[in-house]
Design a protein around this ligand. Sequence first.
Ligand code: ZN
Length: 87
Amino acid sequence: MQCPICGAPAKHLSESLDGVDVTCPRCGEYQVSENCFNGLLRLDLDGRTQALRAARAAAPPGTRPTISSLAQPPWWQRVWRSWRGAA
Ligand SMILES: [Zn+2]
């Protein structure tokens, strides 16, 4: 299985009740909540890296960071993407 953040082969990836637990040689240990997983995969590498960085900053020391919310891209980017997708 691949790391959903950086795409490197993950050492460990398992689904749990709360989401997906990942251990990645590059990103370390983290968890992605169920409702964020698909949204995370839709972000580009930059967005995914930022989501992990934000989760790390929010996690108390000694705990595994959990990605449980994603920053929304700016509205114009969503409009641009849907417009491109329709064309
Ligand atoms: Zn990774």
